[in-house]
Design a protein around this ligand. Sequence first.
Ligand code: ADP
Ligand code: MG
Length: 254
Amino acid sequence: MSILSVKNLSKSFGKLEVLNDISFNVEQGEVISIIGPSGSGKSTLLRCINQFEKIDSGECEICGITMTRNDENGKAVYADNKTLHDIRLKIGLVFQNFNLFPHMSVLKNITEAPVHVLKQDKAQAEQTAMELLGKMNLSDKADAYPCQLSGGQQQRVAIARALAMDPQILFFDEPTSALDPELTGEVLKVIKKLAEEHMTMVIVTHEMAFARAVSDRVIFMDGGVIVEQGDPEDVFGAPKMERTKQFLKNYGQS
Ligand code: ADP
Ligand code: MG
């Protein structure tokens, strides 16, 4: 079963068409990287799937649950609110700018949603949070506040916070692009570890060597469409489309 199925998704902001007939699937345990120039619609695609934006048309299914289907006019119809809420619990999004709660400790940032949304027992949630912090190499930061952490540490807390909800699929929107170069590696390392554990992930990134190394499949977007997708060795090593070649040239990948 696909964890995510997107069919013919389109989205405009007013007259500006940002996503045009996007279709792709993500299978359980797959790691997909989405690459493409700035403004190509990558963030909007993640935001649509995560219900931060409404799509105009298309059929999206997450873990077999229908989020949107098309009516007879080809316009997207959303599932009822209860279903949409259930779907949100199955997915997580890690943002470019971490988006931690500044007034909460690291531990509280991670336990907040499990306790208040999933109604987990507080002690249980804290134990899980400490395990996740261990995995992120941040065991000593449980009582720190976000402002006391480096960007790389904050992003690893954000990843722990997303994992604490036990998502079926985790999305990353340029998780390292707000970081100083020397902090990028520590964040990529934890994402790589999750990939090795077969966490299902969709990662928007400009880190081409990383995408090539960890992904099962790479999607290249430009101008709101999927130009090319396939095995990372094919897309990076022998891109078929001229637009892909031009884009990768700037990154020294082709
Ligand atoms: P990417 O993440 O690939 O850089 P985005 O999804 O952020 O691209 O943006 C795609 C296009 O949509 C851009 O032209 C951007 O200006 C536009 N856009 C994004 N969000 C909005 C919005 N809320 N309102 C209007 N235009 C938007
Ligand atoms: Mg973006």
